[in-house]
Every structure is written in C-alpha cells, then in structure tokens.
Design a protein around this ligand. Structure first.
Ligand SMILES: NC(=O)c1ccc[n+]([C@@H]2O[C@H](COP(=O)([O-])OP(=O)(O)OC[C@H]3O[C@@H](n4cnc5c(N)ncnc54)[C@H](O)[C@@H]3O)[C@@H](O)[C@H]2O)c1
Length: 429
C-alpha cells in the first residue's frame, strides 16, 4: 500500500492542496509494483533533488521597483544534467514547477536522453511588461539561479510564454557572469547563437513518427488514414503537414478561432496560408464548420490533441471514436477520460513519448554546442526519427510484457532507467 500523501509530502506543500505534485506522486505509486527490486529506491522519485526559490527584483519602466517569485527545481540528475523549460505565468506555483520537473525526468528517461529533469518558472504575466522589463527580469532571474545551472548541471529551455529571445538573454547573462561564451547553457536558442536546425518542427515530427509506429502496430495504413487535429501551431501544424505528405487525409483542424472540416481531406498548405492571413482556421474556403462536440465525435483513425492541457475529459471522452489518440500537447487527457477511451480499445500514445521530439532536438542542440560542430537538418531529422522509434518500441514492448497501457509502460521504462542509474551510482557518502 502506498503511504498516505501527507507522509510523503514535504512540509512546504499543503496536504489539503498538493496540486500537480500530488498527481505526480500518484503516478509513481501506480508504477512502483512494476519496478521489482528497484522499488527500494522509489523514494528518490518522490523527492526533488534540489529546489531553489529566488526573489527577482526589477526596476520597471515607470521607475518603480517590482519583485517577482522565481523557481528552479531539479527533480533528478541521476542520468545526467537537469533539463527542462522556464515558464513565465502569473499562476505558476512551486507544486506545478516540481511536477513539471518530475515529468521532465520521466520524459528524458523514456526517450533515453542522458538528462535528468528540471523546470523553472517566474510568477509573472509577461503580457503586462515591455520588452525592456522582460529582459531585465530574465537577466536577474538567470543571475539568481546561476550557481545551479550550466551545460553540465542543468540546461533550461523555452516553455509557456518564453522563447528564443529569452533563451538568448539567459545565455548572454550566464556567459557574462562566467566570463566565457557558453552557448550550451540553454537550448531553444536562435540559430545565430548555436540553436539547432530542425528544432521548430521537432515536436510535430515526433508526434508524426510515434503516430506512424502506433498505426503500424494497429495494422492501419497511413495512406488514406483520417486524421483530426486540435491545435494548428508549431506542433499540430507540423504534424498535419507531415501526415498530408505521407498521403493521410487531415479531415479536421480545431484552433482557437474555430473548427474546419473536409471529409475528403483539407489542403494543409493552403490552410497555413489562410491562417497567416486571417489569424486562424475559421472560415477557410472549401471547409465546413463543426461544433466542438461534432469535432470530438468524428470517426477517425488518428486523433491528435495538440493545443492545450485538459481538453479531453469525462464530458467528451464518450464521444471519441478513433483508433489511436496521440498526445501532442502536455496532459491533454484527464485520467478519467483516459480510462473511458482506453476501455473502448483506443490506443493512447502518451505525451511523455509522443511530444518528446522537442527535447530530443534540444539534446542535439546541446551536443552540437559542446562540439561546436553543426549538423544538417537532414541528419537531425534522421537521428530524431530513429530515437523516437526506439522510444516507442521500448514503451510498446513493456506494455505487451506487463499487459499495461502505453502510458503506464512509458513510466515503467523511465522510472526503471532512472532508478537503475541511482542504484549503480549508490549513495554518497
Ligand atoms: N512546441 C514544442 O516544442 C512543444 C513540446 C512539447 C509539448 N508541447 C505542447 O504542445 C501544445 C501546443 O504547443 P505549440 O508549440 O504547438 O503551441 P502554438 O502556440 O504554436 O499553437 C497552439 C495552437 O493551439 C490552438 N489553441 C489555443 N487555444 C485553443 C483553444 N482554446 N481551443 C482550440 N485550439 C486552441 C492555437 O490556435 C494554435 O493553433 C502545448 O500543450 C505545448 O505545451 C509543445
């Protein structure tokens, strides 16, 4: 029996409101029975290795001084340096950053990257700040966490509301404090600063590759397969294009402006042009408009939520009629919805593997920065596809071996890899 949450929860979290960290702890409890003798080390997963909370004071454009709360959490570094994004959002909490850092440990290990898991955040609404203020906030935050980050320690990346420019400021601040240009301290940088080719499309490409693997296992031909996608941005848009190039029919796309449908397949390239001009898919020519209910009810071979978290809940799970659901977004399916959809025989390719293409090319960026030798986009895509296929195969093999879902299998693969490293390293002192 797992311990009650109040006994494993650190004193700085409220047992009545454990937040996302509570969800993560439950996930660890669910995989523990499959860890064999490694279960001895499972407490390692339930305690972040290091948490840093910093005050970020900054002078605003009007001359006043504001203070923001910043975090960097390193959940686990048994397999390598910490890796994970930095989120700028007014509602970021310590519990959330802890959980996101742990999910990065799982993601890195599930794809077999030589990284641990970490995450950072600042409680700030970036839309309320000028570029100058954002730059000063980013630089001060980077200085405050300087001691615990670095190319061999912990490598931040973009996440919600952060981007290549913010990574460039982080890299510059770190380099100034070190007295040496250190490109490998962050990933997701602009190409001119040691960023990697292929990074922008990497997550969508990973979604496409894992979907193809799942389709192959289910005996579905990608040629002619019907695909519905929620989200037509970086992830959903790239996946849509790759599916169309492979001869699949992207029958519906759902974005923040509306939903477009064409049973014979949308013209994805024309839709990109339309979105560039009009800001969203709503009203695109040669399409019918669907309601959200109609979208989720579409009969498809592959459904890809690639927009936001928590989109598939017990309220719409019953409507879903697809053979394979590929989680492009992080956490798009609630646990209740997962049970409902799985019970119908739908295969769910979990986010920790399906959308790991981004962190995989971040790994390539880090490797290229270390060696100061840059690969072609073709090489990057080739290596990415090989790693995604290997990750899918490892997960799928464990799912068959234990008769569990791909999600549970991904956690078993990842936690086993992390705890094997923990065990052979041993405890110091
Ligand atoms: N970009 C990456 O490398 C990456 C990596 C891992 C996970 N993810 C996750 O994938 C998801 C999408 O990321 P992205 O980079 O493509 O973002 P993006 O901003 O490029 O695109 C987001 C898309 O979602 C749509 N959208 C927003 N709100 C919506 C709503 N209420 N209903 C329907 N559609 C809505 C937008 O219109 C847009 O098409 C996020 O959950 C993100 O955390 C992204």
């Amino acid at each position: 029996m797992p311990e009650p949450i109040s006994q494993v929860l650190p004193s700085y979290l409220d047992p009545a409101h454990p937040g996302p960290w509570g969800i993560y702890l439950e996930q660890v409890d669910r995989v523990t029975p499959y860890l064999g003798s490694l279960a001895r080390w499972v407490e390692t997963l339930k305690r972040p290795k290091r948490i840093l909370i910093v005050d970020v004071p900054v002078e605003l454009d009007d001359g006043s001084v504001a203070h923001f709360e910043g975090y960097r959490v390193q959940h686990n570094t048994s397999r390598g340096p910490g890796k994970g994004g930095v989120r700028y959002h007014q509602d970021v909490t310590l519990s959330e950053v802890m959980a996101l850092s742990a999910w990065m440990s799982v993601k890195s290990a599930a794809v077999n990257l030589p990284f641990g898991g970490a995450k950072g955040g600042i409680r700030i609404d970036p839309r309320k700040h000028s570029q100058g203020e954002l730059e000063r906030i980013t630089r001060r935050y980077t200085s405050e966490i300087h001691d615990i980050i670095g190319p061999n320690k912990d490598i931040p990346a973009p996440d919600v509301n952060t981007n290549g420019q913010i990574m460039a400021w982080m890299m510059d601040t770190y380099s100034m404090n070190e007295g040496a240009t250190t490109t490998g301290v962050v990933t997701g940088k602009p190409i001119s600063l040691g960023g990697s080719l292929g990074r922008v499309e990497a997550t969508g490409r990973g979604v496409y590759v894992t979907a193809c693997e799942a389709a192959r296992e289910s005996g579905i031909d990608i040629k002619g397969a019907r695909i519905a996608i929620q989200g037509f941005g970086n992830v959903g848009g790239t996946a849509a294009r790759l599916f169309q190039e492979a001869g699949a029919k992207v029958v519906a796309v759902y974005d923040h402006t509306g939903i477009v449908h064409n049973a014979n397949g949308l013209n994805v390239l024309a839709l990109f042009d339309y979105v560039r001009e009009h800001g969203g898919v709503a009203g695109a020519p040669d399409t019918q408009t669907l309601s959200p209910k109609e979208f989720w009810s579409l009969e498809t071979e592959i459904l890809i939520p690639a927009a936001l978290e928590g989109q598939i809940t017990r309220d719409n799970a019953d409507l879903i009629h697809t053979r394979i659901l590929v989680e492009g977004a992080n956490g798009p399916t609630t646990p209740e919805a997962d049970d409902i959809i799985s019970s119908k025989g739908t295969v769910i390719v979990p986010d920790v593997v399906a959308n790991a293409g981004g962190v995989t090319v971040s790994y390539f960026e880090w490797v290229q920065d270390f060696s100061s030798f840059f690969w072609t986009e073709q090489e990057i895509n080739h290596r990415l596809e090989a790693m995604m296929r290997a990750a899918y195969a490892a997960m799928s093999g464990v799912a068959r071996q234990h008769g569990v879902s791909l999600r549970t299998a991904a956690f078993i693969v990842a936690c086993t890899r992390i705890l094997e490293a923990r065990q052979v390293r041993g405890l110091y002192p």
